[in-house]
Design a protein around this ligand. Structure first.
Ligand code: TRH
Length: 385
C-alpha cells in the first residue's frame, strides 16, 4: 500500500469495546486508539464497558471517571443509561459488539452518515480475504462494513506502531537495557538460562512441558505473569499458594511469578525472552513482532472452530520451514491446544531451534511488509470519502 498522504485532521472516530472476557477486547482497542491518535491525527473517543479490565493494562485509568484522557485518547465509560451524544465521522464496533440504539440513531441523524465498521477477530483462514471490506448490514442510511485483520494481502493487516521493529531490534541488541528492564521487574536470571514467558489459559499439558524443561540440560527461567495458568503451575510445583513475587526452583527450571505488567512493558518482556507462550489475539501478534519462536494458546470456541483457525495459521506460518522443523513446531502447538503431553514435541522442537529462531525473524519481516491495521483503516476511510 502506498504511503498515506501527510495528514490533515482525519476527523473524530468512536471506537466501541465491550469486554467479553479476559483482556483481548480492551487490549486491541486501546492499542488501536492510541495509534490512531499518535500517527494519524485522529480524535478518538474510546467507549469501554469495563474500566477495571482496562486498568490492568493501563494502571493510570480512573475506573470511576465517566470521561478522561489517556495518552491523547478520550476514554468514555460506556454507561448503562446512555445519554445522547453526536456520532463521530467513523464508528468502529470492535468484535461485533452491539452499539447503543440511541447512538445508532445519532449516526443516522448526521448530515453525512459516518463510516461504520465492524473490526473483526483475527483469523488466518482464506475466506477472510474475500470478506474483508464487504458491506454488512445497514441501519437507516448508515452502511456497515466488515474489516478483517489478517496475515495475508487483501486483509486489514496487523496492529503495528510506527518504528516498532526498529525499537525492538535496538533493545534486543542491547544486553544492558534488557538486564535493567528485567531487574526493574525483579528478574535476575542466571547468565546461561534461557528465558521463557508463559501467558496461557488453563492447560492440562503444562505439567509435561515443565517436566521437560526441568530436566533439560539448558537451564530455563520461566516468567509467568499472574493469570489463568497459575493454578496449573501451582499444582506442578506442589505449593499451597502462588502469587506475584514467588520464585521456585525445580532442577534446571526456575519459575518466577510476575505481576500482570502494563501493556507497554509486556512488549519488552516478550523481546527479552527466547520463547514466548502467548494466547488469544493481541499477545499472539505482539509475540510475532518480537521475532522469537512462540507457542500460541488459541481462544477456545464452540464446536472447536478455533482448531480450523489454528491449522490455518500453522499452514501460513510454517511455509519456508524444513519439513522436520515444520512438523515439530506444528505438533507442539497442536499438543498444547489439546492439553496433551508435550514431552516429545518439546524435545523435537528443541532440535530445530536455530532454524525456528531464524524463521521467527523472517516471518516478522514478511508480516511487516503489509500495511499495519491502523493505516489500513485510515486508508479505507480515505477511499470511502
Ligand atoms: O486476554 P486474552 O485471552 O484475550 C482475548 C479475549 O479472551 C477475547 O474475548 C478473545 O476474543 C480474544 O482473546 C481472542 O488474550 P490477548 O488477546 O492476548 O489479550 C491480552 C492483553 O493483555 C494483551 O493486550 C497483552 C496484555 N498483557 C499485559 O498488558 N500485561 C501482561 O502482563 C500480560 C500477560 C498481557
Amino acid at each position: 500500500m502506498p504511503e498515506l498522504p501527510q495528514m490533515k485532521n482525519r476527523g473524530r472516530w468512536d471506537i466501541f469495546c465491550t469486554v467479553v472476557d479476559n483482556f483481548g477486547d480492551i487490549g486491541v482497542t486501546w492499542r488501536l486508539a492510541r495509534q490512531l491518535v499518535a500517527e494519524h491525527s485522529v480524535d478518538v473517543r474510546l467507549w469501554v464497558d469495563d474500566l477495571r479490565a482496562f486498568e490492568r493494562l493501563c494502571p493510570q485509568i480512573n475506573v470511576d471517571a465517566a470521561q478522561q484522557w489517556q495518552q491523547g485518547v478520550e476514554v468514555r465509560q460506556w454507561p448503562t443509561d446512555w445519554q445522547p451524544v453526536d456520532a463521530g465521522d467513523v464508528v468502529i464496533a470492535a468484535f461485533a459488539c452491539q452499539l447503543p440504539s440511541a447512538f445508532m440513531d445519532a449516526m443516522a441523524a448526521r448530515e453525512k452518515p459516518p463510516l461504520w465498521m465492524n473490526l473483526d477477530y483475527l483469523s488466518a483462514e482464506d475466506w477472510v480475504i474475500g470478506c474483508h471490506g464487504l458491506p454488512s448490514v445497514k441501519y437507516k442510511s448508515v452502511q456497515k462494513y466488515f474489516f478483517f485483520p489478517g496475515f495475508q494481502k487483501g486483509t486489514g493487516g496487523l496492529l503495528r506502531e510506527r518504528g516498532l521493529l526498529e525499537r525492538r531490534r535496538a533493545f534486543q541488541q542491547d544486553p544492558e537495557a534488557q538486564r535493567q528492564f528485567l531487574h526493574g521487574l525483579g528478574i535476575d536470571p542466571a547468565p546461561d538460562a534461557q528465558l521463557i514467558s508463559l501467558f496461557a489459559y488453563e492447560n492440562a499439558g503444562l505439567a509435561s512441558w515443565l517436566d521437560a524443561l526441568a530436566s533439560d540440560s539448558t537451564p530455563t527461567h520461566l516468567l509467568v505473569p499472574e493469570g489463568r495458568i497459575l493454578g496449573d503451575v501451582q499444582r506442578w510445583l506442589g505449593v499451597s499458594e502462588l502469587a506475584a513475587g514467588a520464585l521456585h526452583v525445580r532442577n534446571g527450571l526456575t519459575v518466577q511469578v510476575l505481576p500482570f505488567v502494563r501493556q507497554d512493558q509486556y512488549d519488552y518482556l516478550l523481546w527479552c525472552c527466547d520463547f514466548n507462550a502467548v494466547r488469544g489475539e493481541d499477545s499472539f501478534v505482539r509475540a510475532q513482532w518480537a521475532g522469537r519462536p512462540l507457542l500460541w494458546h488459541i481462544y477456545r470456541q464452540d464446536e472447536d472452530i478455533h482448531l480450523d483457525k489454528l491449522e490455518a495459521f500453522l499452514a501460513l506460518y510454517t511455509k519456508g520451514l524444513s519439513a522436520p522443523a515444520s512438523a515439530a513446531i506444528s505438533s507442539l502447538w497442536r499438543a498444547w491446544n489439546a492439553g496433551e503431553d508435550m514431552t516429545d514435541q518439546w524435545l523435537a522442537t528443541r532440535k530445530h531451534w536455530p532454524e525456528l529462531q531464524n524463521h521467527a525473524e523472517a516471518w516478522c519481516l514478511e508480516q511487516a511488509l503489509q500495511a499495519d491495521l491502523a493505516a489500513a483503516l485510515v486508508q479505507f476511510y480515505v477511499n470511502w470519502i
